[in-house]
Design a protein around this ligand. Structure first.
Ligand SMILES: *Cc1c(COP(=O)(O)O)cnc(C)c1O
Length: 950
C-alpha cells in the first residue's frame, strides 16, 4: 500500500482506508503485520495467479476524461430515424440532472428494506400506474430488462399460466409484424426449452393446430397500426392467451391492448425520456390481466401499511422469489431497470396525460406530413394506417435512399434492398422531414393530408388521471417532488450499504461523467458501423481487459444483468455439448447455498437442477458431490459454483471440484458475482472455470440504481467461444455464435463507460490493491464483531474473504430478537441493513467493500455493538422483546413525539442511541411495514391521496 496519497492517484480516492495508520489499526485488530501477509493466508495458494495483471498503467481522472472525449469523438451523432423499438427522445434537464445524474437516485440499492426506500418505491409505483393506465390492464411490474426479453418472459408466462387443456401444450405463434430482434430472442429461448414457435401473418387468420399463446405488436415492426380486436378474439376462442407488445406513446392515441382483450402487454419505455444509449439500458414493462399477477416475473411494488397503520410501499409477492422457489421460480430476473423506469415515470409526471398526448399527436402529424409528400411523389407505403413509422417501397433503391439521408445527417432503416423504414419521434423537426423527403427524391413537404387513424383504433378512455401526473407542472414543484422522494431514502451518498454479495462500492463521479454525453447517449443501436467506431473501441477494450482480469479467452458484454450472463453461459455449455453430440447432458449441479438466480437460469437453459449439499464448515460437501457426479456421470452438463462461495470463504479445494466435474465430462460455471475478492489475485479462467458471468454493477462500479441497470458480461474459454451470444438483429444463429440474449448487441452499452473508466483509473496495481483492501475491511469487521455476533464461516487461518456472515441464531433462540430486528434497528442508527437471511436464514451478511473509510466502518461496528447491548437488555429483562427498541424499529419522528409514549425504553434510546445522531439524524418516513398483509390485499397502483390524509 502506498503511504503517501497524491491528488492525481485515483486509487487513493477509490479506496477508503488508505492512510498507513488506518491500515495498521485494521491489521492489528485482525492480527497481521502486513496486508500481503493477511492475503497470503486468506487466499489459497492453489488459485493464486502467478503474474500481475497485464493492464495499462493507471490514468488520472483528467486523463481518463480526455480519453473518453477522444472515444466519443470517434462516434458520429445523427438524426436517428431507424426506429425498430428505439426512438430519440428529450430527457428533460430537470430529470437528467436530478435523477439520472443524482447520486441519491443512482447509488440506491434495490428496495428490499422498504422503510428506507419509500421514495424510489413511490417513483416505481408511479411507473406501474403509468403503464397500467396506458395499456389498460390492472397490474404492471416495476420493469423488465428490454422489450425482446420481456416478450420472451410473456411467452414463458403464457406457457405456465394457460390452463386450457387443448391449448396448453400447443405452439407459440408470433405475428409476422413483431420486431425481428424479438422474434430472434423468443426463438432462442424456445429452442432450449423445446417448444414450437411459428411466425405467421395474423391479419390472414390463425394457423392450424393447438396454440398456447399469441404475440402481436402494436404498432407493428412495419409501422402498421391495425385493430387487434378480431385477432385477439379468435385466439381466445381457440384457448390461447394473448400478449401484445405495445408502444406507450402510440397508446395515448390508439386503443390499449387491455381494452381489446389482451392478457399481457409488454414493451419498452425508452422513448419516455431515456436516451438511446446505443441500445440500453432501457426499462421494459409488463402488465397483466387480473389472475395472472402471481405468475408475473420481475419486481412488483405494492401498497401495505406500517406499524402505525399508515400506507407504506414495499416490494410485493415475488420479492427475492428465486431464493425461495429456486428452480421453480417464475423467471431468473433479479436486477432489472429500476433507475430507467424511474426516469420514464418522471417523464410522465413531467408531461402529464395532456403533454404525452400532444407529443404523440405531433409525432403522428409529422409522420402523416412525410407520408403525404412521399406518396405525392409516387412512393408507396406498405401500410396506410400508421402512428410514427413509414415503410416505404423503393424497388432496388434502398441503399441509395439511405446513403442520401446519411449524407444529410439522418439515419433511416434498411429493411431490404427494396424497402426503407422511417420513424418519426419527439425530436423530429419540419426541416428533418424535408431532408428525408429529398433523400427519397420527393418534393418539399407541405401539409399533412389523409392518413388519419381510423375511428376503430382511436382511444376513447382516459389515462393517468391520478394527481401525481397532474400536479407537478412547474419546474419548482417538480424539483421539490424529486427532492422530497429522494430525501425519504438512504443511498450510498449518505451511508455505507454493507450488503454481502452486492459489493456496494464507490460509483465515482468521474466514472459517471461520460454516460450522458450525446456522442455516447444519442447513438442508435442499429446505426451504421461508421458512426460507432468509438463505442466499439471502448467495448472491445473493456472486453479485453475483463478477459485479462478473469483469465478467460473471450468476453461478451451483451447480457444486461447477472441473471442474463448466467443464461448466456449455460446456453454456451449446452451448445458445446450438443456440438459434441452429447445431447443427453442436461444435469446442472448447484450447491444448496447458491444464489437463487443460478437454479432459475439452469431451468431456462433447458437443464435439470440437482442440488449439492453444504458441509458443516460451509464448503461444498465432497462426498455428496462425488455421489451426484457418479449418479449423473453420463448426463452431467455442468456445475455452477460461486467463488469465493456465497458463504464469503475461499474453498481451498476448488480445483479438485473442477477436476472431478471435468473428469466426468461436465463443464464448470463459476458465478463471478464475488469477483471483488479475486481481481488481481486469482482468475476463475485459470483455476478451473470454463465460463463465468461478472456483475459490472457490483465489482466494476456501475451503480445499482435502486435495482438496475446492470451488466452481466459472460466470459469463457476458447472452446465455448463459438457459442457466445449472437446479435439478435443479424440473421439468427450467425455462424460462430450462439443465440442472442438481449435485444441489442451490446445490452446496457450506455453504462459501459463507467466500468471502462474504473479499470483505466485503477490500473493493474490499483485494482489489486482494491481487492486486498476489501479483504482487509471484511476481516476487520469480522474480527471486531465476532465476540458480539459470531462469524459463521471462516477459511484458512480463521479468515474470511470479502464478506462475512454474522450468526444471530443463538441470540434469537435466547432472546427472541431476530436478524430482521437488527436490520431494522440499524435504520435508527442511520445505516442500510446488511444482506438479510441470505445465504443462511437467521444471519446477516456484511460486505464493507474497499471504498469505505475506517471511520465509517467503525461507525457501523459501533452501531452493531450498541445493538448487541440492546439485545442484552432484552436478555436481562430491562424490556421484553415486543416492547424493545429492536422490535419497534425503525422509529419514525411521529412515533417518538407521540405524547402518550408507553414504551419501556426512553425516546432518547429510540432515536439517539449513539451521540453523533443528534447532528445527523435520518428519520424513516414510515415504521416497520407489514409484508404479509400487503400480499393478501394486493394494491399495485398509486393509492388515492385520501389514504395519506391523517
Ligand atoms: C447478484 C448476484 C447474481 C445475480 O445478478 P443480477 O444482476 O441481479 O441478475 C447472481 N449470483 C450472485 C452470487 C450474485 O450475488
Amino acid at each position: 500500500m502506498t503511504t503517501e496519497s497524491s491528488p492525481t492517484v485515483f486509487a487513493d480516492r477509490h479506496i477508503g482506508a488508505r492512510r498507513q495508520a488506518d491500515v495498521e489499526t485494521m491489521l492489528k485488530a485482525v492480527g497481521y503485520d502486513s496486508v500481503d501477509g493477511l492475503v497470503d493466508v486468506a487466499v489459497p495458494d492453489s488459485i493464486r495467479q502467478s503474474k500481475p495483471l497485464a493492464l495499462r498503467a493507471a490514468l488520472s481522472e483528467v486523463e481518463v476524461l480526455a480519453e473518453l472525449r477522444k472515444l466519443a469523438g470517434k462516434n458520429k451523432t445523427a438524426v436517428q430515424m431507424i426506429g425498430q423499438g428505439y426512438y430519440d427522445t428529450v430527457t428533460p434537464a430537470v430529470i437528467r440532472r436530478n435523477i439520472l445524474e443524482a447520486p441519491a437516485w443512482y447509488t440506491a440499492y434495490t428496495p428490499y428494506q422498504p422503510e428506507i426506500s419509500q421514495g424510489r418505491l413511490e417513483a416505481l409505483l408511479n411507473f406501474q400506474t403509468m403503464v397500467q393506465d396506458l395499456v389498460g390492464l390492472p397490474i404492471a411490474n416495476a420493469s423488465l430488462l428490454d422489450e425482446a426479453t420481456a416478450v420472451a418472459e410473456a411467452v414463458l408466462m403464457m406457457r405456465r399460466a394457460n390452463k386450457n387443456k387443448a391449448a396448453h401444450d400447443g405452439k407459440t405463434v408470433l405475428d409476422i409484424d413483431v420486431m425481428p430482434q424479438t422474434i430472434a430472442i423468443v426463438k432462442g429461448r424456445a429452442e432450449a426449452l423445446g417448444f414450437e414457435v411459428e411466425v405467421a401473418d395474423l391479419s390472414l387468420g390463425l394457423p392450424e393446430g393447438a396454440i398456447n399463446g399469441v404475440v402481436l405488436q402494436q404498432p407493428g415492426a412495419s409501422g402498421r397500426v391495425f385493430n387487434h380486436a378480431d385477432a385477439i378474439a379468435a385466439a381466445k376462442e381457440r384457448g390461447a392467451l394473448v400478449t401484445v407488445a405495445a408502444d406507450l406513446l402510440a397508446l395515448t392515441l390508439i386503443t390499449p391492448p387491455g381494452e381489446q382483450g389482451a392478457d399481457i402487454a409488454v414493451g419498452s419505455t425508452q422513448r419516455f425520456g431515456v436516451p438511446l444509449f446505443f441500445g440500453g439500458p432501457h426499462a421494459a414493462y409488463m402488465a397483466v390481466a387480473k389472475g395472472l399477477e402471481r405468475s408475473m416475473p420481475g419486481r412488483l411494488v405494492g401498497v401495505s401499511k406500517d406499524d402505525a397503520g399508515l400506507p407504506a410501499y414495499r416490494l410485493a409477492l415475488q420479492t427475492r422469489e428465486q431464493h425461495i422457489r429456486r428452480e421453480k421460480a417464475t423467471s431468473n430476473i433479479c436486477t432489472a431497470q429500476a433507475l430507467l423506469a424511474i426516469v420514464s415515470s418522471f417523464y410522465a409526471v413531467y408531461h402529464g396525460p395532456d403533454g404525452l398526448k400532444a407529443i404523440a399527436e405531433r409525432v403522428h402529424t409529422h409522420a402523416r406530413t412525410l407520408a403525404t409528400a412521399l406518396t405525392a411523389a409516387g412512393r408507396t407505403l406498405t401500410a396506410d394506417t400508421f402512428f410514427d413509422t413509414l415503410t416505404v417501397s423503393v424497388p432496388g433503391k434502398a441503399a441509395t435512399v439511405i446513403a442520401a439521408a446519411e449524407a444529410r445527417g439522418i439515419n433511416l432503416r434498411h429493411i431490404d434492398a427494396d424497402t426503407v423504414g422511417v420513424s418519426v419521434d419527439e425530436t423530429t423537426t419540419p426541416e428533418v422531414l424535408s431532408s428525408v423527403a429529398v433523400a427519397f427524391g420527393a418534393g418539399p413537404i407541405g401539409e399533412a393530408a389523409g392518413f388519419e387513424l381510423p375511428a376503430d383504433v382511436l382511444r376513447t378512455s382516459d389515462f393517468m388521471q391520478h394527481p401525481v401526473f397532474n400536479t407537478h407542472r412547474s419546474e419548482t414543484q417538480l424539483l421539490r417532488y424529486i427532492r422530497r422522494l429522494s430525501d425519504r431514502d438512504l443511498a450510498l451518498d449518505r451511508t455505507m450499504i454493507p450488503l454481502g454479495s452486492c459489493t456496494m462500492k464507490l460509483n465515482a463521479t468521474a466514472e459517471m461523467e461520460a454516460i450522458s454525453w450525446p456522442e455516447f447517449a444519442s447513438i442508435h443501436p442499429f446505426a451504421p458501423d461508421s458512426q460507432t467506431v468509438g463505442w466499439r473501441e471502448l467495448i472491445t477494450g473493456l472486453e479485453a481487459d475483463l478477459a485479462e482480469i478473469t483469465g478467460y479467452d473471450q468476453v461478451s458484454l451483451q447480457p444486461n444483468a447477472g441473471s442474463q450472463g448466467e443464461l448466456a453461459g449455460l446456453l454456451a455449455i449446452r451448445g458445446y455439448h450438443r456440438a459434441n453430440g452429447d445431447t443427453q447432458r442436461n444435469i446442472c449441479l448447484i450447491p444448496a447455498s447458491a444464489h437463487g438466480t443460478n437454479a432459475a437460469s439452469a431451468v431456462l437453459a433447458g437443464m435439470k437442477v440437482v442440488v449439492v449439499a453444504t458441509a458443516p464448515d460451509g464448503t461444498i460437501d465432497h462426498a455428496d458431490l462425488n455421489a451426484k457426479i457418479e449418479t449423473h456421470r453420463d448426463a452431467l452438463s455442468a456445475i455452477m459454483i460461486t467463488y469465493p462461495s456465497t458463504h464469503g470463504v475461499y474453498d481451498a479445494d476448488v480445483t479438485e471440484i473442477c477436476d472431478a466435474v471435468h473428469a466426468a465430462g461436465g463443464q464448470v460455471y463459476v458465478d463471478g458475482a464475488n469477483l471483488n475478492a479475486l481481481v488481481g489475485l486469482a482468475q476463475p479462467g485459470k483455476f478451473g472455470g470454463d465460463v463465468s458471468h461478472l456483475n459490472l454493477h457490483k465489482t466494476f462500479c456501475i451503480p445499482h440504481g435502486g435495482g438496475g441497470p446492470g451488466v452481466g458480461p459472460v466470459a469463457a474459454k476458447a472452446h465455448l467461444a463459438p457459442f457466445m451470444p449472437g446479435d439478435a438483429n443479424k440473421a439468427a444463429h450467425e455462424a460462430g455464435h450462439g443465440v442472442a440474449i438481449s435485444a441489442s448487441n451490446y445490452g446496457s452499452a450506455g453504462v459501459l463507460p463507467i466500468s471502462w473508466a474504473y479499470v483505466q483509473l485503477m490500473g493493474a496495481e490499483g485494482l489489486t490493491e482494491a481487492t486486498k483492501a476489501a479483504l482487509l475491511a471484511a476481516n476487520y469487521v469480522a474480527a471486531r464483531l465476532n465476540e458480539y455476533f459470531p462469524v459463521l464461516y471462516t477459511g484458512e487461518g480463521g479468515l474470511v474473504a470479502h464478506e462475512c456472515i454474522l450468526d444471530l441464531r443463538e441470540l434469537t433462540a435466547k432472546t427472541g430478537v431476530t436478524a430482521e430486528d437488527v436490520a431494522k434497528r440499524l435504520i435508527d442508527y442511520g445505516f442500510h441493513a446488511p444482506t438479510l437471511a441470505f445465504p443462511v436464514a437467521g444471519t446477516l451478511m456484511v460486505e464493507p467493500t474497499e471504498s469505505e473509510d475506517l471511520a465509517e466502518i467503525d461507525r457501523f461496528i459501533n452501531a452493531m455493538i450498541s445493538i448487541r447491548k440492546e439485545i442484552d437488555q432484552v436478555a436481562d429483562g430491562d424490556f421484553t422483546v415486543e416492547n424493545s427498541p429492536l422490535r419497534n424499529a425503525p422509529h419514525t419522528a411521529s412515533a417518538v413525539v407521540n405524547s402518550d409514549w408507553t414504551r419501556e425504553y426512553s425516546r432518547e434510546q429510540a432515536v439517539f442511541p449513539v451521540h453523533h445522531l443528534k447532528q445527523d439524524k435520518y428519520f424513516p418516513p414510515v415504521g416497520r411495514i407489514d409484508g404479509a398483509g400487503g400480499d393478501r390485499n394486493l394494491i399495485c397502483s398509486c393509492p388515492p391521496l385520501s389514504d395519506f390524509e391523517n
